[in-house]
Write a protein that binds this ligand. Structure first.
Ligand code: ADP
Ligand code: ZN
Length: 818
């Protein structure tokens, strides 16, 4: 509640505009309006949703519009998030209102849309055929839609062209009418109806309600207050009876907020194990400084060293202090594993946030957190926006994982934001990983993060033995021998004999990743993207892994029409087939994006694996991440090199992390594990470091290379990604955009000295989904001038970003530069 009268409010509107606007607060909202609330405000000729970021008592001398409405009784986010949103908007160059909108549960906002309806004169014109072809298009669409069509939909229905001007013209002719409508805002709290007996039922005593109602009345009387849903156990028509009882004045009802529960069945509580020495040291280190304000830690602990147990202990302490805990994990499958551990320790009073929730479920979780009903929230990257009033600890598990980077619309990195939020809330943040990112370890080296280490696995279980097998020596092999060297095949055989489980890893899905026409020699390519298609036998189709385009597997070569296509290259499907061929009696199951698309299918694979119904699991990087598979004793890395050849300065880092993580899946249970790693580059340092599972050794080599080329962490990057549907136009745009950058740079010696402009160049993936792509990379050895340069571009040259046909996206600290 505001403590004093405020005449003006600072409002961020949920539109792609950067400034924050000032609106007058009408008298009727004086007592209720608070920071964090949603408001409806006039903007241009529309009404839009905005968020109150602050108040002002004076404004510059100009015409100020009034706030129109205040849809919620309470703020949607706490005051401490205002600087967080402002920081994100400033750093990632994203409009602040849109930043907030991204953070909030979806579907809350109302927007005003123009709706178009055909009039009698329009129908007549159509009948008399006195219309132009474009006019006919529109009128025909409207003809069968009496309720009218939103202008946006009309654009889509008539081939994606903007129709505003045309609609205005035929409106002047009297053929159509337009009207503004508020749409959206469909996400609501779930409410349930509760009833109790009225205290003064005298006026109806003489009426006899009948036996069913009598019974309901006595149930209600016993319960004191009960939901209508619960009454349905007693009578199928409880809702109707309750309504009649209400009319008789015998009962009173209230509606209460209810929360949709995504947690499912309860879980058995565990007892915390005694921590080992290393764990104790780590925990007490963090606890000692817990009330000391901001601290950032990097917890580097080998796989299976008990990091999660450390998180649980820290969380218990922080909750005990009356503060809340936010836990981030890279993706949904790992959330459920983390949630199981936390529920076993803390019960069901925790909140889960991820993209698999419906808007309604997300809203419920949001409200539970905001109103202090839970102390712990666990979620994927977007959980960094959880509206805690008083966070005491933020945990980022598997901090090296690139899925913390959001790569569309609002481009942010949740791992980095965790540190920012912790700093703003003056609390601790723990980033944990067995294979820390180069960035985070560098932060340890320069003293920004404190290092915590767990060097040993729990109970001194040994790390898996890794045997590197040189694929160059396997050149002449035929049949399945091409995928499984004798070393790997023998290890598989022995493991299966012992009734233990095998994991085969290959970082590419599908059957053949390089189908080539045997007549003309051309590779089969996607017609929307400049890349080769992958054959998926299980779908009988070639598929593009970027845009989803697919083509029947019987298709002839699009180039010469020949039908003899050779299937070169491999994918998990081919490995699955090969494994079934040499071990026909083993249960072989594949886990990749193709087999886990349906809801629940991933859970089923993980359960079958736990229950011992799977002997060989074939998978992509999906299996590499943090899963605890206690019965897997052999990991076969079919080809370690696939990610090394990427034209990206982080290729070596990703390869090391991936291999070390996959290797870490072996021998997590009581039995020791082994790994067979097949590679064409046995002496590459990413591979030798992965063999030793030696993060430091990798770091020491890689950091030299980063320094020599001034790549992060020795510089900052910002990428400007340009894309458009017309090849020539996009190329020309990229060229003139490049010239603009050079002009801006030349005008300021600070930029000349500190900002390096690389490009514009055609992107390595030059065409995706029908879009031609160019990019410019900006590099700065210092952060400030680089950001000043991008700010200048975004704020002063906004017209370059408003082009309808060509999009320019700003990606600060980019990860994917293909
Ligand atoms: P990480 O997160 O580093 O992979 P976990 O915390 O999952 O490691 O620990 C690996 C296994 O060891 C888990 O099954 C966990 O329950 C168990 N564990 C962790 N700490 C202890 C401990 N102090 N004593 C006994 N078992 C432990
Ligand atoms: Zn494609």
């Amino acid at each position: 509640m505001p403590d004093a009268r405020h005449d003006f409010a600072e409002v961020a509107v949920a539109l792609p505009v950067h400034p924050v606007y000032t609106y007058a607060v009408p008298d009727r909202f004086q007592n209720a309006l608070a920071v964090g609330m949603r408001v409806l405000v006039p903007f241009g000729h529309r009404k839009v949703t905005g968020y109150v970021l602050g108040f002002a008592d004076k404004v510059p001398d100009k015409k100020i519009k009034q706030i129109l409405d205040m849809p919620d009784p309470e703020p949607l986010f706490p005051v401490n998030m205002v600087p967080f949103f402002q920081w994100m908007a400033r750093y990632y160059k994203h409009p602040v209102g849109e930043t907030i909108k991204t953070a909030l549960p979806g579907g809350l906002n109302q927007y005003e849309f123009l709706s178009v309806r055909v009039l009698a004169a329009g129908r007549e014109a159509l009948e008399q055929d006195i219309v132009s072809p474009a006019e006919r298009d529109i009128l025909q669409i409207l003809e069968n839609r009496d309720k009218g069509v939103l202008l946006k939909q009309l654009d889509d229905l008539s081939g994606g062209k903007p129709r505003r001007a045309l609609v205005a013209r035929i409106e002047r002719k009297g053929w159509v009418s337009t009207e503004k409508q508020l749409r959206g805002g469909g996400t609501r709290h779930l409410t349930a109806k509760y009833v109790r007996l009225r205290e003064d039922p005298t006026l109806s005593l003489r009426k006899n309600p009948g036996p069913v109602k009598e019974q309901l009345l006595s149930t209600i009387d016993k319960a004191g207050e009960i939901s209508v849903d619960d009454l349905k156990v007693h009578s199928r028509h409880a809702a109707r009876h309750v309504k009649e009882l209400e009319e008789l004045g015998l009962v009173a009802s209230v509606c209460k907020k209810e929360f949709r529960d995504p947690l499912g069945a309860p879980i058995q509580r565990d007892t915390p194990p005694e921590l080992n020495r290393e764990q104790k040291t780590v925990v007490s280190n963090v606890l000692e400084n817990l009330s000391d304000g901001f601290r950032a830690y990097l917890l580097a602990g080998v796989t299976g060293s008990g990091k999660t147990e450390v998180y649980l202990r820290l969380a218990a302490e922080v909750v005990g202090l009356g503060k809340s805990v936010l836990v981030l994990t890279p993706e949904i499958a790992l959330i459920s594993q983390m949630v199981r551990r936390f529920r076993a320790r803390f019960g069901d009073s925790l909140s889960i946030l991820h993209s698999g929730l419906s808007d309604g479920e997300r809203l419920d979780q949001w409200v539970r957190i905001k109103s202090g009903l839970v102390d712990i929230a666990i979620g994927a990257r977007s959980a960094i926006f959880a509206p805690f009033e008083n966070p005491g600890l933020i945990i980022v598990d598997e901090e090296h994982d690139t899925s913390y980077k959001q790569d569309a619309r609002f481009r942010y990195n949740a791992r980095d934001l965790a540190v920012v939020r912790a700093k703003q809330c003056r609390c601790s943040v723990v980033l944990g990983s067995a294979t820390p990112s180069l960035q985070s370890y560098h932060n340890v080296k320069v003293g920004k993060f404190a290092e915590l280490t767990l060097k040993k696995r729990i109970e001194n279980r040994p790390l898996a033995e890794i045997a590197v097998v040189d694929l160059r020596e396997n050149k002449g092999a035929k049949g399945v021998g091409r995928f499984f060297t004798p070393q790997l095949a023998q290890a598989m055989e022995k493991t299966l004999e012992r009734k233990e489980q095998v994991l085969l890893f290959l970082n590419r899905r599908g059957f053949a990743s390089y189908p080539v026409c045997s007549v003309c020699g051309q590779a089969m390519r996607c017609k929307n993207c400049e890349i080769t298609l992958t054959l998926h036998k299980s779908f009988n189709a070639y598929q593009c892994h970027f845009c989803g385009y697919s083509m029947a597997s019987s298709s002839p070569c699009p180039n010469c029409g020949a039908t003899r296509i050779v299937q070169l290259g491999m994918g998990t499907e081919k490995i699955e087939e090969a494994a079934k061929k040499i071990f026909p009696r083993a249960q072989t199951v594949r886990m990749d994006r193709d087999t886990t698309r349906r809801k629940g299918s991933l859970g089923k694979i993980l359960k079958d694996l736990r229950d011992g119904n799977i002997d060989i699991l074939v998978g992509t990087q999906m299996v590499a991440k943090g899963h605890d598979f206690p019965n897997i004793t052999l990991v076969g890395i079919v080809c370690a090199d696939l990610s090394l050849g990427f034209p990206d300065f982080r290729a070596g880092e990703r390869t090391f992390q991936l291999l070390a993580q996959v290797a870490g899946r072996a021998g997590r249970g009581q039995m020791p594990g082994q790994v067979v790693l097949q590679t064409y580059n046995p002496s590459h340092y990413s591979i030798t470091a992965a063999k030793e599972q030696d993060f430091l050794r990798f770091y020491n080599q890689e950091i030299v290379f980063r320094k020599a080329l001034s790549y992060p962490p020795f510089s900052r990057l910002a990428q400007l990604a340009i894309s458009g549907r017309d090849k020539k136009e996009t190329g020309r745009f990229a060229q003139s955009f490049g010239e603009l950058l050079l002009r801006l740079q030349a005008a300021d010696p600070e930029f000349v000295r500190h900002v390096e402009i690389l490009g514009p160049i055609e992107a390595p993936l030059a065409k995706i989904d029908g879009n031609y792509r160019w990019q410019v990379l900006l590099k700065g050895l210092k952060t400030a001038p680089l950001h000043a340069f991008v700010n200048l571009l975004v704020h002063r040259h906004h017209e370059w970003f408003d082009n309808r046909r060509i999009k320019v996206a700003v990606d600060v600290d980019p990860y994917f530069m293909l």
